[in-house]
Design a protein around this ligand. Structure first.
Ligand code: CTP
Length: 404
């Protein structure tokens, strides 16, 4: 399971998990387990209706912590205050129409709804319900009231619902809930108000309807950067070639399969962004012509004629103005020399060089070994790290040297 957060991010974080009475409550046991395994201290507060769906023992077993339910049976009459004050994040999943309505209108008739009044700025709500309930104007108005007050919402996903109907209202998958929690908890947030364009994955250059030229890039490094940029507060758009990984929570995706399509997409969005991170593995060549019918096997040798693709990053570098541009380069040798050469040749602000062709680093590996060089003369060598940890270091370098 790929989840885009740095490996030790949840270590020591205090998360209050509020569980209300939707069928999706069963899914939230896995969320509690994941966060606990990653080092978070997860305390659960359940409503009485949630208890009809999943037992408190499930949460006690996976978190190792006590589960709170009733305001007056917890041994402390001020449980609502101490619980709200002593946690970094209050994540309500699933959030029923009832708890959303109660929070929007200040109704505090049980422990969970009462503690929501204490620290509303810590609340992250993950609504889940039937599609008609979700679309009901009264629910939408309540959500709007909360959003306007600064409460963060994880939008429900679409698909088959517990009631058998199809539509919006599903609780997002555990990975997405974890990423939403990571993005909500992350400090600093120096990218707040900034628009970040990230490219990821491998382009495909079609030879005929059944064959293409490509490379093994999974898109993991670019997706990790997109999630981390969101966590630093940025608005993120991801332009992707072929991906073999999931797009992270909270990121808008545009697909651009070939180098020419990616060039067009990058140029179209470049005016929008403040920072471009060009992480995609773009093919340097494409077939001189596309054969609309499948090229048949023959007895003699077959020569494929290739023409160069435009160097998107170089073209952007020529007209980037004051925008910040970060390039990547994949090398099998002379990594640092190549990084400095490409930084200057492409006129970019930062170049991140990675070693490819080895088991633990490069295209398909979950880890990466990178060097960062920048136009201010800085040169940083990072150890071998999981790709999301590398992404965190890259964004930190970007912020401290170019955006502070
Ligand atoms: N890049 C690009 N357009 C291309 C090829 C690459 O914009 N047609 C971008 C990549 O996204 C990356 C950077 O250029 O950010 C460096 O890519 P790399 O393949 O390492 O460099 P090249 O200039 O293609 O040099 P070479 O392949 O000869 O090493």
């Amino acid at each position: 399971m790929v989840v885009y957060h740095p490996s030790s991010f949840f270590q020591g974080k205090k998360i209050l998990l509020g569980v209300t009475g939707g069928i999706a409550a069963v899914k939230v046991v896995s969320l509690a387990r994941y966060l606990t395994e990653k080092g978070a201290r997860v305390t659960t507060c359940m409503t009485r209706h949630a208890l009809r769906i999943v037992g408190r023992t499930s949460f006690e077993a996976v978190t190792g912590e006590r589960v709170y339910i009733d305001s007056f049976a917890e041994g402390a009459s001020l449980a609502h205050i101490t619980l709200a004050r002593s946690h970094d994040l209050i994540l309500i999943a699933p959030a029923t129409a009832n708890i959303i309505g109660k929070m929007a209108h200040g109704i505090a008739d049980d422990l969970l709804s009462t503690l929501l009044l204490v620290e509303p700025q810590k609340v992250l709500l993950a609504p889940a319900m039937n599609v008609s309930m979700w679309r009901n104007p009264v629910v939408q108005e309540n959500v709007k009231i909360l959003v306007e007050r600064g409460v963060r919402i994880i939008p429900p996903s679409s698909g088959k619902l517990a009631c058998g109907e199809e539509g919006e209202g599903r609780l997002p998958e555990v990975e997405e809930l974890v990423e939403a929690a990571f993005q909500a908890l992350h400090t600093p947030r120096d990218l707040a108000g900034k628009k970040i364009l990230v490219t990821a994955g491998a382009t495909r250059e079609w030879v005929d309807p059944s064959r293409f030229i490509s490379n093994p890039s999974s898109g993991l490094m670019g997706c990790a950067l997109a999630s981390v940029c969101r966590a630093w507060g940025g608005e993120v758009k991801l332009i992707t070639g072929n991906l073999s990984v999931r797009v992270p929570f909270g990121v808008v995706q545009e697909v651009a399969e070939t180098a020419l399509a990616m060039r067009e997409a990058v140029f179209r969005s470049f005016g929008w962004c403040d920072v471009l991170i060009m992480c995609a593995a773009v093919s340097d060549f494409r077939p001189a012509s596309f054969s609309p019918s499948k090229i048949k096997r023959g007895e003699s040798a077959f020569t494929l004629s290739l023409v160069p693709n435009p160097d998107i990053l170089k073209e952007i570098g020529e007209k980037k103005g004051t925008k910040i541009v970060v390039g990547f380069c994949a090398e099998t040798e002379n990594v640092l020399e190549e990084a400095w050469r490409k930084l200057r040749a492409k006129n970019v602000d930062m170049m991140v060089a990675n070693l490819v062709g080895q088991e633990e680093t490069g295209f398909t590996a979950p880890t990466n070994k990178v060097w960062i060089v920048d136009r201010k003369g800085n040169e940083v060598v990072l150890p071998l790290l999981p790709k999301v940890d590398v992404a965190e270091r890259i964004v930190s370098h970007l912020v401290s040297h170019f955006l502070s």
